[in-house]
Design a protein around this ligand. Structure first.
Ligand SMILES: NC(=O)c1ccc[n+]([C@@H]2O[C@H](COP(=O)([O-])OP(=O)(O)OC[C@H]3O[C@@H](n4cnc5c(N)ncnc54)[C@H](OP(=O)(O)O)[C@@H]3O)[C@@H](O)[C@H]2O)c1
Length: 382
């Protein structure tokens, strides 16, 4: 029996993680659930999974949640960063599922690592912003970071039976998003509802826009660099439109290993939650004959400049990845609220990067300062 705390339980990853808990009640229990403000869903999750602690964004959300709790429920309800840190460090929990979206995930994930909890990591922004600090802290505390991102789970699985020193390169695959075949001259007309329609994956709003701009692949390159300790020039992005190959790793003898499955996050989530065991998930296998062909192409960096910007941030390192991440969060949010056009997304990120004075060997507070600075600058441009 593994005790879990799920941060971001009402999101796409959080809901899928809870489906796995529901499917394997003899394997997992829930001690804490945290969300932002989807109070109705959180209340239903509490009713079913009976955690000891629930956390929401602010006092008002907490009051709303309390009202929905039946009399006599012994649950503790907290809010804000104090609450998220409490959910991340609650005693008796062995693993924290970090499934919040955005930079908000960084501090609770670090608190969980400090408290010696293993991390099932979906919140890629944590590693993008402060990869070196997070990985070092995990090593010092004997904590495992098990990737939930399907590409990183695939890479992890390909590396598992091999020696890191034999690795040659990583092929980080991606579907190419909803605009792979759209002419770039039509990009200015793209509306949020078009960009939210991903061809192969069901995901939250922010990551769906990141997939449409291909910033998601860029953030994944940054994530892979920290997680696997591989230089960015050894990480190649490849478009694999069928989303069946989730990534590949080549070795110095010319062998290539790939991990394949249907595009459903439950596989990667369950593997992180139960590693090294594989749970009998009842997942369908890919219909290989039906698919017919698995195809590959190089990404078009002129059509998708966000990917080039992320590579640039990867090369620069230091505080630049945090700046790209923060500017991206601000401008994606503005795009979703129809305050900027699709084509302004990369321009604003690029202009913010251009104004940034990189801090060398950044501490955590330098990174947080760079994040706050980039949000302000991007917001001004928006
Ligand atoms: N979805 C996927 O297939 C997928 C795949 C790979 C990686 N990921 C990564 O997993 C993370 C979650 O993605 P998602 O698609 O599950 O996102 P999502 O559906 O938007 O869910 C986000 C979750 O985080 C909570 N949240 C949002 N802002 C918060 C804040 N400021 N403080 C605390 N909690 C907050 C939300 O609560 P409310 O619902 O109450 O607002 C929700 O529970 C992201 O980092 C994403 O890049 C996702």
């Amino acid at each position: 029996m593994k005790n879990l705390s799920i941060l971001g339980s009402t999101g796409s990853i959080g809901r899928n993680a809870l489906k796995i808990v529901e499917q394997f009640p003899e394997r997992f229990t829930i001690k804490a659930l945290a969300a932002k403000k989807n109070i109705a869903l959180l209340a239903r999750q509490i009713g079913y999974f009976t955690p000891e602690l629930a956390v929401v964004y602010n006092e008002e959300n907490a009051a709303e949640l309390k009202k929905l709790m039946p009399a006599g429920t012994g649950i503790e309800i907290m809010y804000g960063m104090e609450g998220y840190n409490a959910a991340a460090t609650i005693s008796g929990v062995e693993m924290v599922v970090a499934a919040m979206v955005g930079a908000a995930g960084l501090m609770p994930t670090l608190s969980a690592i400090d408290a010696g909890k293993d991390i099932a990591l979906a919140n890629k922004e944590t590693l993008v912003m402060a990869g070196e600090i997070v990985v070092k802290k995990a090593l010092e505390n004997g904590v495992s970071i098990l990737p939930i991102d399907s590409e990183h789970s695939a890479i992890f699985q390909c590396i598992a039976s091999n020696r890191m020193e034999d690795l040659d390169r990583i092929f980080l695959t991606g579907s190419g998003g909803p605009f792979l075949h759209k002419g770039v001259e039509e990009f200015a007309e793209i509306r949020p509802k078009d960009a939210l329609k991903h061809p192969t994956w069901q995901m939250g709003r922010k990551i769906s826009i990141d997939s449409a701009t291909m910033m998601n692949k860029g953030l994944e390159v940054l994530e892979a660099k920290s997680l696997f300790g591989v230089s960015h020039d050894k990480i190649e992005v490849l478009i694999q439109p069928q989303s069946v190959i989730h990534s590949m790793v080549s070795f110095k003898d010319g062998s290539v290993m790939a991990q394949l499955s249907i595009p459903d996050m439950k596989g990667a989530i369950a593997y992180a939650m139960s590693y090294p065991e594989r749970l009998p998930l009842d997942q369908k296998l890919p219909d290989f004959a039906g698919i017919g062909a698995l195809t590959f192409q190089k990404p078009d960096l002129e059509k998708f400049p966000c990917l080039a910007l992320a590579y640039k941030a990867c090369e620069t390192g230091e505080t630049m990845p945090a700046v790209v991440n923060a500017a991206n969060e601000a401008v994606v949010n503005a795009f979703l609220n129809r305050r900027v056009s699709f084509t302004r997304i990369h321009e604003i990120i690029s202009e913010t990067m251009g104004c940034h004075r990189v801090v060398k060997n950044p501490t955590l507070s330098d990174i947080i300062e760079a994040d706050q600075w980039a949000r302000k600058i991007a917001e001004k441009m928006i």
